[in-house]
Design a protein around this ligand. Structure first.
Ligand SMILES: Cc1cc2nc3c(=O)[nH]c(=O)nc-3n(C[C@H](O)[C@H](O)[C@H](O)COP(=O)(O)O)c2cc1C
Ligand code: SF4
Length: 1547
């Protein structure tokens, strides 16, 4: 340990605690964020550094990390009772809430090391308020002292058998030089291992921390040798405390009349130290067996403690030369004036005194500080004060006091007064924040007061507040916690009264105390009581004759009658108040003084999950037992992934169950990150419930750097698997004949189920909410998964029984299906060769069967960065570190699928096909024999992975002896989308049957392709995919529904209807998409049909919103020219209608009721006819957009058909330039795929535009590639045949030529935010809707706001192609009302950086199945991280088009952005640069697979250069090209040419 350098007092303490403990309980803000103690503790433990005290010699101490808010001292009981030495490292914030434990632990040799909080200006109240809990309390003021006193504390705990608390201000030694750790020999000898052994061999029974087990620390039979300085009167702890308490009154009365003629002490600190040195040299070793209850042995007294401490210090001094004593005096030995300091900056004061000029009032003063604060030994204090001292100024750093006189002042007074000495005056001061600059000023003030004729007691010295400082974790609460407070505020406004909020102003009462639930509950009751009294007063007043007029009486009587009804009392209150105001009598005036009581308040108490550990003492219990109408909000912050706790004592209890069992309370379990509306509902019901209400609110908290995304993902997991179910329990419902319990999430945990089972409530619930029947009874637990695997495998084996041939087990690991389909095909081929083949996913395979396999083949692809695919991980985890597997009789072969250029850097080459290679190596290591050498498929090979596969497969048959089998059947070709379309009978497939199947949330794979044509995709929630898998549940399937909304125009009524659909049938949010339409997510199968019907009722449709057809037709929303917009918009509708598929399947499936057979077209006989599409529709999706120059907001170059509106000389629409063959989709690393911009075919007139579009589409229908979906878009058709040939074919179909294109000009593709007026004088406002997500959060109720606006709006809404929203056509006379609503909901806020305003992101995680990385949830975060840099370089107002997508499919049109990020793997992106500002030029790959730190570094560098180097008006994309950062992409086919980062060549 000696070689360790200690830099902070926490480290200095940790170094000792580690060596001197069997168990260190490390209290941390969260398990993920270290404290300043825990870093070193964990480093030492990680290096397996042995401690000094362990019974078994070299054992490594156990570090138990415990969260700050989970009643941390509970962790001490179990180990200390089993004879293990325990110390705790913590901040002071836990002390007060732990006071009950402190009393119990005082008689155990526990050491508590406490860093005072908050860091920059600690509040010593934390220490003074527990001064009577029976602990020995020591303090230190410097780095070295922290180290030494930590050792004293441990030695003292061992000797005395009592708890020792060592505290320090971590900031006071911040600037000190690092120190060396004390050598282990010294530590060992001071600790005295004999004593340690004695403690460790004595087990203390009992496990119930709530009962008093009668334990008392006792002194050793061997007398403790007294040091010379230790003689004199010593008060026992209790008596000292008692006398202090009893003495307060008399002391206070005597404060003013100075204390006179006290006996003069003769010993200075100097001599006291010397004498203790002598005593150490001459005394036998100190010992104590203070661990067992032996009534004959006297209880440890204060005197004993003092003697032990003195002896330890004398020993330490002999070994290190540093001297300590109970009270330490510094300064002039003949001082007349002396400071008694109980605060942080001892060095600051002693230096100031030492450096005082001779004429300074504080020159020659003395300074005395208590090192041993408890037990308080008054006589020792007297002994330490020089006889010359006449006046003592007590400075205590207790920022708020609970008594009038400071606790330290009382201590000093009682001690000094009761003894003889020269001190005549003792004056208390409250010490504020003092710095180097202000210390002299402060001292002058203190001494002026001290020496004045009439000194003022309680004078404040220094500033009340310390300068701003990063908050210390002690008092910090999860930042996101405010979410719930905000909701309270939104719901109840000023009616909400939160009794114990941290920021509430409870004058004179310490922040920590006022934040406790007990305090809060008391104050709530007081508040209720006062209102109750007020109601009584009003009642009396109403019948009294003391008003001047008659008017108030009736109003008041009415109010009294309704006083308990929120709404009615509010109405009546208004009347009453106004009548009182008129009356003007004395009585009315006095009532008006309390007019806030006219409103019925919503009373709330906020607590934490710390209450779940100790109900009996908790606020919940008090509230429930009181039966009062009080609401408790309990925030549970334990993350789902930390839920398992090892210690039985630490088991968290379920507050919800406890409260429901109580019977008289409203109970709700909520999670704002799962359902915002459910929180609202619960809080509202709690408020209305007349009795106690308990609302549990989940807000998982790892550490201060938590992002909302982490919190969201944790919440979803917890809710989804039933760990944190969402429910509401209302005992009042029973009276109405409704069930008490309503479940708002899907699954519940076992305990809750049992509870509901007990009273038949589960049956009731099932009856009232039958949708839960199927899932409710599923328990979550990983054993289920194991069982399932077993069953599946056994079933397979049974099937195979009776077959001949060698067995062959084929396993696959596959994310996107390549490896899976290869494996299945291999299985079929094996079977054809007479083998008994079994094919299954690696995760479904029971690993215990591995040694019994004869032949096993594994095909795995590569995911992430050289990782196993999701369904390959469990098997790999089970075998990789296995030491017992013996595969000597197993034969195997591995085939890997990977991409040698996925991670292009040389150093990343290891990731190529890593899982396959690892598997191959590990299986061989277990002794298995290779059937065929590992085969590797590479996406970069001419035929992709097939190239490698075709070499490998024959070798496998060879090895299995089935290479030359005669008469192999011909393999059926794989089923393609084209086959599915043909077989679907015009898009019917088996969708109807699939919808009716309630055994799964999914539909069949073929139907998944077909529903796209109907505007809906099946997806699953990827945030909880793994967790559900682990619980043996199928993925959380749900559907995305996309509306068809040509031009993105919606009426206010439609807006409200869409809003309803999202709330009632979706996931409470809507997405405005880059193709100007509404998209709903999270619609479960059972709600799909109702949602479709609701959309159609809103006169919208979803047909052909996705699929291989023409999709939603876009149109510039153009707020500034309404008339012109109307003309162009009409064309978009016309084109849309013209190209709609005509199958009746849509109507039949979605719009007829199950029993309404009339409208259904009869069964198989139907022959729909698709005049435009034919039975196979188009080869691929088809998109059309219309731009209105100079705005290219629709990104007209990015679509299969781009129409550029051309205005005639009369100002009316004349026709369109038609571009064809734009498209965004591409595949990473596949150079045959690329984004492309549309090519000009020519001009068409308005009345023919839909026909021209049709003809382009038909040429594509007939010539597009139907074999390869990656090559099927129109862009490839045109590139393959050439623009002119293509144009010729269109003209041929059309029967006329295109006219030459007309001139046009674009200048931007972003939206223009804020208000605009059109030519009719109507107003339009463009809102900034970040990434198109319409949702409510506690901070920003955008969704509700827009709904409120929709209720009054008379114009329309226009969705923009950049995912924003325009409130269109507001008349001047309606402006004021609309603006007021916008302001109320903060919807008028446009104060964003231009970069943010110009950004857009696709949906990606969690719903999009193709996403490889986050997009919508991450781009805003990334931009926030760049904004400071923008600011620094003066670029805040400069628009730069930045886009992000989760995969190269390109939904947010990334390839046209000036800078783009396209997801490559989770957390990694390809970066593209050089797009044109108005969407005219594609960008080019700049870096591959970079993560956030690199992205930020690159962006910051580029932004800085751009700011410095750009020409006047030069755009970022243009600059990157001129500056040579990137080469320009002239069209799609050179997209892959000359990329900045050439991929490294194979060596
Ligand atoms: C997100 C992602 C990450 C990948 N990472 C790697 C990698 O690190 N090394 C590698 O060789 N191939 C990597 N690949 C390539 C795949 O392994 C390859 O495309 C394979 O054919 C996919 O097969 P599957 O559909 O069965 O999952 C990655 C592919 C994706 C989509
Ligand atoms: S770009 Fe890719 S990840 Fe993003 S929504 Fe489209 S398909 Fe999903």
């Amino acid at each position: 340990m000696a070689e360790v350098k200690l830099r902070t007092p926490q480290e200095a303490v940790a170094a000792i605690a580690y060596q001197a403990s069997d168990v260190v309980v490390s209290v941390q803000p969260s398990l993920a964020s270290d404290s300043k103690f825990s870093t070193l503790l964990k480093q030492l433990a990680a290096k397996k550094t042995p401690g000094l005290v362990a019974k078994t010699g070299d054992a490594v101490p156990e570090i138990q990390s415990v969260r700050l808010n989970t009643d941390p001292l509970l962790s001490v009981f179990t180990p200390i009772r089993s004879g293990r030495l325990v110390s705790v490292t913590t901040t002071s914030s836990i002390l007060l809430p732990s006071v009950a434990h402190l009393y119990k632990l005082a008689n155990f040799p526990v050491v508590l090391h406490v860093a005072l909080a908050p860091g920059n200006f600690p509040d010593y109240t934390a220490i003074t308020s527990i001064r009577n809990s029976g602990w020995t309390i020591l303090q230190s003021w410097s780095l070295q002292e922290a180290h030494d006193i930590a050792l004293t504390a441990h030695a003292l705990a061992i000797r005395s058998g009592k708890g020792v608390l060592h505290f320090f201000d971590p900031n006071s030694s911040a600037s000190q030089e690092p120190i060396d750790a004390t050598s282990s020999d010294v530590v060992r000898s001071v600790l005295n291992l004999d004593n340690v052994r004695r403690f460790q061999s004595a087990r203390i029974g009992g496990s119930n921390i709530y009962a008093d087990d009668g334990r008392v620390a006792v002194v050793s039979e061997q007398p403790e040798p007294l040091s010379a300085s230790a003689s004199g009167a010593v008060n026992g702890v209790q008596s000292a405390v008692q006398s202090a308490v009893n003495g307060v009154q008399s002391v206070i009365s005597s404060v003013q009349s100075s204390v006179a003629d006290l006996a003069s002490p003769t010993i200075t600190s100097q001599s006291s130290v010397k004498s203790s040195q002598q005593s150490a040299a001459s005394s036998p070793p100190v010992a104590s067996a203070a661990t067992t209850i032996e009534p004959t042995v006297p209880v440890v007294s204060s005197e004993d403690i003092f003697n032990y401490a003195a002896a330890i210090w004398s020993q330490q001094s002999g070994l290190t030369g540093r001297q300590y004593s109970a009270f330490e005096y510094r300064g002039n030995a003949k001082a007349e004036n002396c400071l008694f300091l109980f605060g942080s900056d001892v060095a600051l004061f002693s230096d100031a005194i030492a450096q005082a000029k001779t004429d300074d009032s504080f020159a020659n003063a003395g300074l005395i500080v208590p090192r041993l604060y408890r037990p308080w030994l008054g006589a020792k204090l007297l002994a330490a004060i020089p006889r010359s001292v006449k006046r003592v100024a007590v400075l205590e750093q207790v920022s708020r006091k609970t008594t009038k006189w400071g606790p330290v002042l009382i201590d000093v007074l009682t001690s000094v007064k009761s003894a003889a000495g020269g001190v005549q005056t003792i004056v208390g001061h409250q010490l504020g924040y003092i710095s180097k600059e202000t210390v002299q000023h402060a001292l002058r003030g203190v001494f002026r007061n001290l020496t004045s004729g009439k000194p003022v007691q309680n004078l404040e010295v220094g500033k009340r507040e310390a300068p701003e400082h990063a908050p210390e974790y002690g008092l910090e609460r999860p930042k996101l916690e405010t979410a719930y407070n905000k909701i309270l505020d939104q719901l109840f406004g000023s009616r909400a009264y939160v009794a114990n909020s941290l920021d509430s102003d409870n004058a004179g009462i310490s922040g920590t105390i006022s934040a406790t639930p007990e305090f809060g509950f008391g104050s709530l009751l007081a508040r209720k009581e006062r209102r109750h009294k007020f109601v009584g007063e009003v009642k009396e007043a109403a019948s009294s004759g003391r008003f001047l007029t008659e008017v108030p009486k009736r109003a008041l009587a009415k109010w009294v009658a309704n006083a308990d009804d929120v709404k009615k009392s509010e109405e009546a209150a208004e009347d009453a108040v106004s009548k009182l105001a008129i009356d003007n009598s004395r009585l009315s005036k006095s009532l008006l003084q309390n007019k806030h009581f006219f409103r019925k308040q919503s009373l709330w108490l906020v607590g934490s999950d710390a209450w779940s550990y100790d109900f009996g003492n908790s606020g919940v219990h008090h509230v429930l037992a009181s039966g009062e109408n009080v609401n408790v909000l309990i925030i549970d912050s334990t993350p789902y992934s930390e839920r398992a706790a090892a210690d039985a004592n630490r088991r968290k209890k379920d507050i919800g169950l406890y409260a429901m069992n109580f019977g008289n309370a409203y109970v709700a379990s909520t999670a704002v990150y799962s359902s915002y509306t459910q929180v609202l509902q619960a809080m509202d019901e709690a408020d209305k419930f007349n009795g106690p209400s308990v609302v549990l609110a989940y807000l998982p908290y790892f550490g201060e750097h938590d992002s909302p995304l982490t919190v969201l993902q944790e919440t979803k997991k917890a809710v989804d698997v039933g760990y944190w179910p969402l429910y509401r329990w209302n005992p009042d419902n029973e009276k109405k004949g409704e069930p008490n319990f309503s479940l708002d999430s899907e699954r519940i945990k076992k305990e809750l189920k049992e509870f509901l089972d007990r009273d038949n409530r589960l049956t009731q619930l099932m009856r009232s909410q039958p949708q839960f029947g199927g899932v409710l009874s599923e328990d979550y637990g990983t054993e289920i998964r194991a069982q399932q695997k077993r069953q599946a495998k056994d079933a397979y084996n049974q099937l195979l029984e009776g077959l001949f041939g060698a067995p062959l087990t084929i396993l696959f690991g596959s994310d996107n299906g390549n490896a899976q389909s290869l494996a299945k095909r291999l299985g079929t081929r094996g079977r054809a060769r007479g083998l008994k083949t079994t094919v299954m996913a690696m995760e479904d395979y029971p690993v215990e069967d591995l040694p019994t396999e004869e032949n096993i083949v594994i095909l795995t692809s590569t995911a992430g960065q050289g990782e196993f695919p999701q369904n390959g991980k469990p098997l790999w985890d089970a075998i990789k570190d296995n030491t017992e597997l013996d595969l000597a009789s197993v034969k195997f072969s591995v085939f890997g699928l990977g991409d040698s250029h996925y991670w292009p850097r040389k150093e990343d080459r290891v990731y190529y096909n890593k899982p396959a290679k690892d598997l191959d190596r590990v299986l061989a290591n277990f002794g298995a024999t290779r059937l065929a050498d590992i085969g590797l498929g590479d996406d970069q090979d001419p035929d992709g992975y097939q190239t490698g596969y075709q070499e490998w497969e024959p070798k496998l048959w060879e090895a299995l002896g089935v290479a030359n089998v005669e008469g192999l059947p011909e393999e059926p070709p794989p089923i393609t989308n084209e086959d599915i379309k043909i077989a679907s009978n015009y898009l019917r497939g088996t969708i109807l049957e699939g919808l009716k199947d309630t055994s799964t949330g999914a539909i069949s794979a073929a139907d998944q392709q077909l529903t796209k044509f109907h505007g809906t995709y099946m997806q699953d929630d990827r945030d909880i995919r793994d967790e559900r898998k682990a619980q043996g549940l199928e993925p959380a399937y749900s559907f995305m529904i996309r509306c068809r909304l040509p031009g993105g125009v919606s009426t206010p009524k439609q807006w409200i209807q869409m809003d309803d659909i999202s709330n009632e049938l979706g996931n409470e949010t809507m997405k405005l998409t880059t193709r100007q339409t509404f998209q709903f997510h999270g619609v479960v199968k059972g709600k799909l049909k109702p949602a479709m019907q609701a959309i159609n009722r809103a006169l919208m449709t979803t047909i052909a919103a996705c699929g291989d057809v023409n999709r939603n037709v876009m149109c510039s929303p153009l707020p500034s020219q309404s008339k012109y917009h109307r003309e162009v918009f009409a064309c978009s509708q016309m084109i849309s209608d013209h190209l709609l598929p005509s199958t009746t399947a849509y109507h039949e499936i979605w719009l007829t009721d199950d029993d309404d057979k009339k409208t259904q077209v009869a069964g198989e006989a139907v022959q729909d006819f698709e005049p435009l599409y034919g039975p196979t529709y188009l080869p691929r999706k088809f998109k059309i957009s219309i731009a209105i120059p100079p705005h290219n907001d629709v990104d007209v170059y990015a679509h299969d058909i781009g129409l550029i509106a051309i205005k005639g000389s009369d100002g009316r629409l004349e026709g369109f330039n038609l571009l064809a063959g734009g498209g965004m989709g591409a595949t990473h690393n596949n150079k045959k795929t690329y984004p492309q911009v549309g090519r000009m075919l020519g001009f068409v007139r308005t009345d023919e535009v839909h026909v021209a579009c049709e003809k382009v589409m038909l040429v594509q229908r007939d010539f597009g590639d139907r074999k390869n979906r990656k090559h099927a878009r129109l862009k490839y058709t045109i590139d393959d045949m050439g623009v002119d040939v293509f144009r010729g074919k269109v003209e041929e179909q059309w029967g006329k030529p295109f006219e030459p294109a007309r001139p046009f000009h674009f200048d931007s593709n972003v939206d223009t935010f804020g208000w605009a007026k059109d030519e009719h004088g109507m107003n339009h406002f463009t809102f900034f809707i970040e990434n198109g997500r319409i949702e409510d959060t506690a901070e920003f109720r955008m969704k509700t706001g827009l709904r409120e606006i929709a209720k009054v709006h008379k114009g329309e809404f226009r969705l923009t192609p950049n995912q924003h929203l325009i409130l269109s056509n507001v008349a001047d006379e309606d402006l004021a009302a609309v603006k007021a609503l916008m302001a109320e909901y903060k919807l008028d806020n446009l104060h964003f950086s231009a970069l943010r305003l110009s950004s857009s992101a696709c949906v990606a995680f969690p719903t999009c199945g193709l996403a490889m990385a986050e997009s919508e949830r991450y781009l805003p975060v990334l931009i926030s991280k760049l904004e400071a840099c923008l600011e620094e370089n003066g670029l805040r107002q400069d628009s730069i088009i930045m886009r992000m997508t989760g995969c190269p499919n390109g939904c947010a049109r990334p390839w046209l952005a000036e800078v783009a990020f396209v997801g490559k793997a989770y957390g990694a992106y390809n970066m593209y640069l050089g797009g044109g500002y108005h969407g005219q030029r594609l960008n080019k790959l700049y870096r591959s697979s970079i993560k956030e730190d690199e992205i930020l570094a690159i962006m910051k560098g580029l932004l800085k250069r751009y700011a410095a180097e750009r020409n006047e008006g030069e755009r970022f994309g243009d600059w990157t090209i001129r500056a040579g950062v990137i080469k320009a992409t002239t069209e799609g086919r050179d997209f892959h040419e000359g990329v900045a980062e050439e991929e490294s060549d194979e060596e």
